[in-house]
Ligand binder design. Structure first.
Ligand code: GTP
Ligand code: MG
Length: 211
C-alpha cells in the first residue's frame, strides 16, 4: 500500500511525463518496419471503435494527434508516438471490424498478433473494452494469446460516460472478477471516459510505474 504522500508524488511525476513533448513517429504496416526496440513501449489494443485513438489523445492532452473516427477501422497501421525520450506510445488497428475485406482482416490480424507476441520492449498492453459491451469472445482470444505469450496486459474500460452512475460503479468490479483465470492480466481494471476525462490520471500513473 502506498501512503497518500507517495500517491501524490507518483501522480505529480506521471503528470509531468505526460506534459512532455509528444509527436507522431511513424505508421507501421509490416512487422519489418518497427522502429528500433530501444525504449519502454506501451500499446493500446482493442476492438475496432472501442476508443483507442481517442484515449491516447486524451492522455496526451492533444485533440487530434491520433486520428479518430465514427467509422470503425480508422486506424489501419501500428502508429508510433514518442513521449519524451523514454517512451513509445503505440496506437493499434482495431480487431473485429466486420466490414473490412477478408484479406485485409487477415493481414491486420497477422500484424497485430506478430507485434503483440514478438515485441521484447512492450512493457504492457492496455486492452480497451467498451464499458457498454464488456469483454467479447474476440477480446478473450487476444487475452488468451497474451496469457500464453506471457505479455503483461491491463484492461481499460472506455466510454464510461455512456453508462448510468450505478452501472459505472458496477462495471469495474464485474470485469475485474473475470480476470481471475488470466495469468498475464494485471488485476486492477481502470475505468475511463475520453469525453469526460475520467480515469486518465489512474492510467497515467500506471504508465509512469512502468518506466
Ligand atoms: P479504430 O481505429 O477504428 O479501431 O477505432 P478506435 O478504437 O481508435 O476508436 P476512436 O478513438 O476512433 O473512437 C471511435 C468513436 O468512439 C469516435 O466516434 C469517438 O468519438 C467515440 N469515443 C471514443 N472515446 C469515447 C468516450 O470516452 N466517450 C464517448 N461517448 N465516445 C467516445
Ligand atoms: Mg483508432
Amino acid at each position: 500500500m502506498q501512503s497518500i504522500e507517495e500517491e501524490e508524488q507518483a501522480l505529480e511525476a506521471a503528470t509531468k511525463l505526460f506534459c512532455g513533448e509528444c509527436e507522431f513517429l511513424k505508421g507501421v504496416v509490416n512487422i519489418d518496419g518497427l522502429p528500433a526496440a530501444d525504449r519502454v513501449e506501451i500499446a493500446f489494443a482493442g476492438r475496432s471503435n472501442v476508443g483507442k485513438s481517442s484515449l491516447i489523445n486524451a492522455l496526451l492532452g492533444r485533440k487530434a494527434l491520433a486520428r479518430t473516427s465514427n467509422t470503425p477501422g480508422r486506424t489501419r497501421e501500428i502508429n508510433y508516438f514518442t513521449l519524451g525520450e523514454q517512451l513509445y506510445v503505440v496506437d493499434m488497428p482495431g480487431y473485429g471490424y466486420a466490414r473490412a475485406s477478408k484479406s485485409l482482416v487477415e493481414g491486420w490480424n497477422r500484424l497485430i498478433h506478430d507485434y503483440l507476441r514478438g515485441r521484447a520492449t512492450l512493457s504492457r498492453v492496455f486492452l480497451l473494452i467498451d464499458s457498454r459491451h464488456g469483454i467479447k469472445p474476440n477480446d478473450f482470444e487476444i487475452m488468451e494469446m497474451l496469457d500464453e505469450a506471457a505479455v503483461s496486459y491491463q484492461i481499460v474500460l472506455t466510454k464510461l460516460d455512456k453508462l448510468k452512475k450505478a452501472e459505472q460503479e458496477a462495471i469495474v468490479p464485474h470485469v475485474q472478477a473475470q480476470l481471475a483465470k488470466h495469468p498475464a492480466a494485471y488485476p486492477e481494471v481502470i475505468g475511463t471516459s475520453s469525453v469526460k476525462k475520467n480515469g486518465l490520471d489512474d492510467l497515467r500513473v500506471a504508465v509512469f510505474g512502468l518506466l
